[in-house]
Design a protein around this ligand. Structure first.
Ligand SMILES: Cc1ncc(COP(=O)(O)O)c(C=O)c1O
Length: 384
């Protein structure tokens, strides 16, 4: 049979390479109820080409939710429903950049966003990340160097909240400094905010979008992490000029708003109060999984391995002892029954090879503990 899902399971391997949710955490029943409710309430309108900006009930809910989870809500002219963060990034590239433009990308960063950027004829330039997230001083220096060469980057892609792959969350002063620098430089920040709802301990800090001057940031959000990736549903908040530009683009003019039936289904799920309950459950589940993995790593990783436990999201970044290369270690780890993504995959340019990304989203706590055990054994053997 031809496949239905993207993920491929390998016998005997706990594969912490996949940043996918556990199927057991997907809200099948709530979505079934919501789909019925959407069809009952909207009938044929749910099956028509949708309003370009996305259906009103969902847009209003998104604005209301951000009033609670962010420093300021968008007004409806500043928000737009899209088919997930991936489509939002692709559309921004299509409509905001011109061939040959420089786009800055934090490094390391979400490797599949880089794939989307590379689908466009852009010059990608890495800007460094440190233990606190995107390094704003290094960015200022880079902008200065580019300016001296007569170059002005068009936009910068980054993940400030529960970063993929490092798990780091940028603090508020750094967010403010970045917003100020981008405003001065006329640089559009593309803030990937897909993990905002998945804080494990304390709520996420305000988005850079919410504290920056209007027009400086386009923030992309998603229901992939808070509800289900198969919905292919997300949103963008930006100044009204940019959202209008996207609505006026060929894609939405031709097809109307994205996924109207799914968007109305999600609106019904949210109106029923299920979103809040689902997200509370996810936070608790991911906190437990993060803790199971972290305690397994503490117990089983040999001395010289370093990691900082994330406060949200899906990912644990691990630095190996200097002698080890994560790509070279991978076959040995897989032979021991565990897999991961080597850290170099998340860098635009050559990087220190001794880091790796573990995702704790897909497996229950007991398997994460076992994965840590297997990884510790593989690293221990490689060090001998
Ligand atoms: C940082 C980041 N952005 C975007 C995505 C994909 O988002 P979407 O499913 O909304 O396209 C992911 C999924 O792993 C991610 O980690």
């Amino acid at each position: 049979m031809l496949p239905i899902v993207q993920i491929v399971h390998r016998e005997g391997i706990i594969d912490l390479g996949w940043g996918h949710p556990d199927p057991d955490l997907l809200p099948v029943e709530a979505l079934r109820r919501a789909a019925n409710a959407a069809l009952a309430r909207y009938g044929a309108a749910a099956l028509a080409y949708g309003a370009e900006r996305g259906p009103g009930p969902l847009l209003e809910w998104i604005c209301g939710r951000l009033a609670q989870t962010d420093a300021r809500p968008p007004d409806p002219a500043e928000a737009l429903v899209l088919a997930g963060a991936s489509q939002a990034l692709d559309l921004l590239c299509t409509l905001v950049t011109r061939p040959g433009d420089i786009v800055l990308v934090e490094s390391p960063t979400y490797h599949l966003a880089v794939r989307i950027l590379r689908d466009h004829p852009l010059e990608l330039v890495p800007t460094p990340v440190d233990a606190g997230g995107l390094d704003v001083d290094a960015l200022a220096a880079l902008l200065g160097r580019l300016a001296r060469d007569g170059k002005r980057p068009r936009m910068l892609y980054f993940v400030p909240t529960y970063h993929n792959p490092t798990g780091v969350c940028m603090d508020l002063p750094r967010r403010q400094a970045l917003a100020g620098l981008a405003a001065e430089a006329g640089l559009l920040l593309v803030e990937d905010d897909v993990y905002r709802e998945l804080s494990h301990d304390v709520p996420a800090p305000p988005s850079v979008w919410s504290i920056a001057r209007p027009g400086v940031v386009a923030r992309i959000g998603s229901f992939s992490k808070s509800l289900a990736p198969g919905l292919r549903l997300g949103y963008l908040t930006a100044d009204a000029a940019l959202t209008s530009r996207i609505i006026g683009g060929g894609m939405l003019d031709s097809g109307g708003g994205v996924n109207p039936l799914v968007a109305l289904t999600v609106a019904e799920l949210c109106a029923a109060g299920d979103f809040e309950a689902i997200v509370m459950r996810l936070r608790a589940a991911y906190r437990e999984r993060r803790d199971a993995l972290a305690s397994g790593l503490r117990q089983h990783l040999p001395p010289g391995c370093r990691f900082t436990v994330p406060r949200g999201g899906f990912f644990q970044w691990v630095e190996l002892p200097d002698a080890l290369d994560a790509a070279d270690l991978l076959p040995r780890a897989e032979a021991a029954g565990v897999s991961y993504i080597p850290g170099a995959r998340f860098h635009l340019a050559a990087a220190r090879p001794g880091a790796l990304r573990l995702s704790f989203s897909l497996y229950p706590p007991a398997l994460l503990a076992e994965a840590a055990h297997r990884l510790g054994q593989a690293i221990g053997a490689a060090l001998q």
